[in-house]
Write a protein that binds this ligand. Structure first.
Ligand code: AMP
Length: 416
């Protein structure tokens, strides 16, 4: 497996990546970095979530740090065009994170807000300008930006740009950029129009492509929630309250785990059932029939038991734990988004499961968005009280000397 340190990147950039917790490059980064660091043009077919922003930003930062020039007012050396203000802002933020201490100036401009502060920033001189096409043209026409010093030009999410009707703006912008530039074009899809655009803009481009393995996965909104091991029950309850759910399949790695989840749900008066190898065939069939008919909303299953399940209306898959085997993740989440519908997959991940999660992301070529769960202190207190009670009860029930009350004189007898 390649590491970022295997690429000729400045130690300051490597330190920044380390701070952000980036350990290994994603597939698009592995493929694009060598091409871009050599200064070649690139046609990248990749979606958001693949790590494409870093794949083009890192070589840009590297190039600018090696080839320093004074910042000229209104004359950026790198131009990155993005279709929306959200994406443009995101790109700028990422670049700023990757380039801490590299002494570069990055700015973003987009429409829908006043232009004064954007103009001011440009006047101060910027190295990298991230822009939406409309506002860029506007400021170019007013003489606040000139593209005559641009050395690297990136067109991000080109297919979305065309869908949003930016083609005319782009056609006006491109001729203002010097032709002896390096050009990068990223698009999630490759319709004929994009092929044409790529032919016009790029010179001997190298093509890299990363796409998720199956179309099912694309229709599933995936999310990971980081949590502490002991807080998964209360997290499950919270998710159940917050999400609009129809039928929910909850996965557990082990039969014991599945039973524990199911017991917890029953205790909280949530109609549910568990299916796994230890249940009788009859038992499993009834549980499945009740789930299909909507009589019970929540079905807890192990990987093996769930392989045969084909229920159309599963709106959510909850991975109570992260499957050790990455393929199982794809099988699990494939239980939702059936019959052309959309689905949601939520994975609870504690510290010990982070490596397994990385393997999954590598397999599906997608970095799943993450959230953190901090348990409410009241719930935490109640949980620890219940745990102490359970321990005390278990002690009382056990015969003396087996974890129960110590036998009187036990220690002394042993010493002799
Ligand atoms: P993008 O596809 O560029 O929108 O990136 C998706 C998410 O992945 C962003 O939150 C990045 O910060 C994160 N990311 C990008 N590259 C890596 C990496 N090599 N390791 C971990 N996270 C990454």
């Amino acid at each position: 497996m390649l590491k970022f340190t295997d690429f000729p990147l400045d130690p300051i950039i490597l330190k920044n990546l380390d701070k952000l917790g980036y350990e290994t490059p994603t597939p698009i980064q592995e493929k694009a970095l060598p091409i871009l660091l050599k200064g070649n043009d690139l046609l990248g077919i990749a979606q958001t979530g693949t790590g494409k922003t870093a794949s083009f930003s890192l070589p840009i930062i590297q190039y600018l740090s090696e080839n320093r020039k004074p910042k000229l007012p209104g004359k950026p050396r790198v131009l990155i065009l993005a279709p929306t203000r959200e994406l443009a802002s995101q790109i700028k933020e990422n670049i700023q994170e990757y380039s801490v201490d590299v002494l570069l100036k990055t700015a973003v401009i987009f429409g829908g807000v006043g232009q004064a502060s954007q103009v001011n920033t440009l006047r101060g001189g910027v190295d990298i300008l991230v822009a939406t096409p409309g506002r860029l043209l506007d400021l170019m026409n007013q003489g606040h930006v000139s593209l005559s010093s641009v050395e690297i030009f990136v067109l991000d999410e080109a297919d979305r740009m065309l869908d949003m009707g930016f083609i005319h703006d782009i056609k006006k912008i491109v001729p203002k950029i010097p032709t002896n530039r390096q050009t990068l074009l990223f698009s999630a899809t490759m319709p004929k129009t994009i092929e044409g655009l790529a032919r016009d803009l790029l010179r001997n481009p190298q093509k890299v492509e990363v796409t998720p393995p199956s179309t099912t996965v694309e229709r599933i909104a995936q999310k990971v929630i980081y949590c502490d091991r002991g807080t998964k029950n209360s997290l499950l309850e919270k998710v159940m309250k917050e999400e609009q759910m129809d039928l929910v399949l909850i996965f557990s790695r082990t039969k014991h785990g599945a039973n524990r989840i199911s017991e917890y749900l029953q205790k909280n008066k949530i109609p549910s059932a568990a299916i796994h190898g230890n249940k009788s065939q009859n038992n499993r069939e009834t549980a499945l029939a009740n789930f299909k008919s909507g009589k019970i909303k929540f079905l807890v299953a192990t990987d093996i038991a769930a392989r045969g399940i084909d229920v159309d209306g599963v709106s959510h898959v909850i991975n109570f734990d992260v499957p050790v085997d990455a393929e199982s993740y794809v099988h699990r989440i494939g239980r939702t988004a059936r019959a052309g519908r959309e689905g949601i997959a939520i994975t609870f991940c504690d510290d010990s499961e982070k490596d397994a999660l990385k393997r999954i992301e590598k397999l599906i070529k997608y970095i799943i968005p993450k959230e953190n769960y901090i348990e409410d202190p009241q719930i935490k207190l109640q949980r620890s009280r219940e745990a102490s009670k359970a321990v005390a009860k278990a002690r009382e029930n056990k015969p003396a000397g087996e974890g129960g009350k110590p036998k009187v004189g036990y220690r002394f007898r042993n010493r002799r």
